[in-house]
Write a protein that binds this ligand. Structure first.
Ligand code: SER
Length: 339
């Protein structure tokens, strides 16, 4: 008998950390975790097993199919937006071919099990590309269908993988005589910039937010790479983890979309700085915009319309701007760096 498990790729990334801690503490599922990097000790005990390996390694994925009955896949592995610009073709391989490999794995699992396999996929505000800053400031909240002309390789990859998820869910092998009845149930969230007290992001373009707080907590000076007036939507990691689990648990017939916007609050880099100063009065932050990274952030919406998520599966962030800093981020980050 194969064991029934959930598979989490990108386990050592920011969302991976949050999700594994949460599911591990809940203790009601067996987690098989995959990452190219070694897994942090703090979450290793929750994973049975942790496999250090690459999502491009199809032999490895084949062995997973043989060994486990995978009911749900959280495919979190990805190269983020800034890093992807330094080697767009490698990013394409990891972000697109890697996702294709996992979708294939899901389809094979569904065929073996005769059951639908759920596929949870984090997309991003990077899927949007608003042509000018003037327009960004004018349009405010963006709906799922608007401005889908991303400026970055990462954004293109996310948008295309949303399409792949829809294809595998609705149209895979549409011409085959033995078209499979049970295949995959793709569910996707477009996340805003995510902020965790436990980890720092690597290679993203919304990173100035979390970096400003982590540097301040460590007593280090920080050069913010965007202008003070730059506005983006953000969300705290506990809300991001909860949103993934709530979307996973939602009845399929309540879901009118495969891809949902979600957000918690929007603020400018200057507002971010002010909040940081309230909690760390000695924080040293200067603003030295990096023109190219600024251009990327300027193409991302300052806010998103998440009314479909709110209506279909009762999405609601727990951490608004006040609770986010006072009740989650600042206490947890002070604890992290207290030695
Ligand atoms: N936060 C991510 C990044 O900056 C976007 O999903 O790349």
């Amino acid at each position: 008998m194969r064991k029934e498990v959930v598979l989490i790729t990108g386990a050592n990334g920011e969302i991976g950390h949050g999700l594994i801690s949460h599911l591990g503490q809940r203790g009601d599922v067996q987690i098989v975790a995959l990452d190219v990097s070694p897994l942090d000790e703090s979450i290793r005990g929750y994973c049975h097993p942790f496999i250090q390996g690459d999502i491009l390694d199809t032999m490895l994925l084949g062995r997973l199919v043989a060994e486990y009955e995978i009911r749900t896949i959280y495919h979190l592995a990805s190269i983020l937006s800034t890093k992807a610009e330094y080697n767009p073709e490698t990013a394409h391989r990891v972000n697109v071919e890697g996702t294709l490999n996992l979708l294939r794995l899901a389809v094979e699992q569904a065929a073996w099990q005769g059951k639908t396999v759920k596929f949870l996929y984090p997309s991003s505000i990077a899927a949007y590309g608003i042509p000018t800053l003037e327009l960004k400031n004018q349009v405010g909240k963006v709906k799922e269908e608007q401005y889908l002309e991303p400026f970055t390789m990462y954004g293109c990859n996310k948008l295309y993988c949303e399409h792949l998820g829809r294809y595998y869910t609705r149209h895979y092998r549409q011409l085959a005589a033995d078209k499979p009845r049970n295949n995959i149930d793709f569910r996707c969230l477009r996340f805003p910039g995510l902020i965790s007290a436990v980890t720092t992001p690597t290679g993203g373009t919304s990173d100035y937010g979390p970096e400003m707080v982590h540097y301040a907590a460590r007593g280090e000076a920080y050069n913010c790479f965007v202008r003070k007036d730059t506005r983006l939507p953000f969300m705290m990691m506990p809300d991001a983890v909860r949103s993934l689990l709530e979307l996973e648990a939602a009845p399929r017939d309540k879901l009118s979309k495969l891809v949902y916007n979600i957000t918690s609050f929007s603020l400018t880099a200057e507002e971010f700085h002010k909040i940081v100063l309230e909690h760390f009065p000695d924080a040293k932050v200067s603003f030295q915009p990096h023109l190219a990274r600024q251009g990327i952030v300027d193409s991302w919406p300052q806010d998103v319309d998440d009314s479909a998520a709110r209506y279909d599966w009762n999405w609601k962030p727990e951490y608004d701007i006040n609770r986010a800093f006072k009740e989650y981020l600042i206490p947890a980050i002070k604890e992290k760096y207290k030695e």
